[in-house]
Design a protein around this ligand. Structure first.
Ligand SMILES: Nc1ncnc2c1ncn2[C@@H]1O[C@H](COP(=O)(O)OP(=O)(O)OP(=O)(O)O)[C@@H](O)[C@H]1O
Ligand SMILES: [Mg+2]
Length: 262
């Protein structure tokens, strides 16, 4: 079976076909995904919305090779990864996918630089190269000079930027972000969306889950989930510019940016 049966799937970076995910819990089947077909092409920036429990994180876990579907096929770059073993999936994750989560998921006793180095340790990259790339990635998200800060010495927005830098260092084909702005104030949220828009303009594919309609406006495509099904999928003709939106926001909360020592 190939991923090129019909047009939307031709040449897709990601292709989901007939994806079902059923969790079995306390003697009950929970049908979290009930037949999802989705193609995402290189360079897209897609926002996924939907009520709590509609299956968004379940979808993300499958897209990110963290979990396998109960039924259906999943292709990355034309390769069917739904048949892969756990070890093979781990390799795909490390090489192709960057993750960003709502809770940042940084190691707390570890510097920003070391947090960013982590995926490269798994990838077997030697120390000097790791440090060089980690510094570059932190610079790219506006955190040059913060390399030695620990997470509790950084604001929420800065911690999320460390997480984005970490997601970038193995040059992934895509970044998957599950509610990346869920814990952030408005300005930090828009700044994070600005970083995603920059990365996207450099060709990185981004898939982002959000509950906030105004955050979804920064994406090029908007998908809505309901009860485990994709119920709408539209191009966002009026994609908002985070750089423009930032100009209109008051510069409040500068505290954590100006305060160098705590
Ligand atoms: N590991 C699990 N075991 C059993 N049921 C699960 C598991 N993970 C999710 N579910 C169930 O699957 C359904 C979809 O959950 P999912 O986490 O994908 O929703 P979501 O859209 O991400 O919601 P939210 O917006 O609250 O994060 C829910 O009914 C949930 O209770
Ligand atoms: Mg979720």
């Amino acid at each position: 079976m190939t991923a090129t049966k019909n047009d939307q799937f031709a040449g897709a970076l990601l292709a989901l076909k007939g994806i079902h995910k059923t969790y079995f819990m306390d003697g009950v089947n929970v049908r979290a995904l009930r037949g999802v077909d989705l193609a995402v092409h290189k360079g897209e920036f897609t926002a996924i919305m939907g009520a709590s429990g509609s299956g968004k994180s379940t979808l993300m876990n499958i897209l990110g090779c963290l979990d396998r579907p109960t039924k259906g096929s999943y292709f990355i770059d034309g390769e069917d990864v739904s048949t892969f073993s756990k070890d093979q999936l781990a390799l795909v994750r490390n090489k192709k996918i960057g993750f960003v989560f709502q809770g940042f998921n940084l190691l707390s006793r570890t510097s920003a630089l070391e947090n960013v180095e982590l995926p490269m340790i798994y990838a077997g990259i030697h120390s000097a190269e790791r440090q060089k790339r980690a510094k570059e990635a932190l610079g790219a998200v506006g955190l040059a000079g913060r390399e030695n800060h620990h997470p509790n010495q950084l604001s929420g927005g800065q911690q999320q930027r460390v997480a984005i830098a970490r997601s970038l260092v193995n040059s992934p084909a895509m970044i998957l972000a599950d509610e990346p702005t869920g814990n952030l104030d408005t300005r930090s949220s828009v700044e994070i969306m600005g970083i995603f828009q920059n990365l996207n303009s450099q060709g990185i594919t981004i898939i982002l889950i959000t509950h906030e309609a105004d955050i979804a406006e920064f994406a090029k495509r908007k998908i809505l989930f309901r009860d485990g099904l994709m119920v709408s999928d539209v191009t966002n003709a009026k994609q908002a510019s985070a750089a423009e939106a930032l100009k209109k926001l008051p510069i409040a909360d500068l505290q954590s940016d100006t305060e160098d020592e705590k």
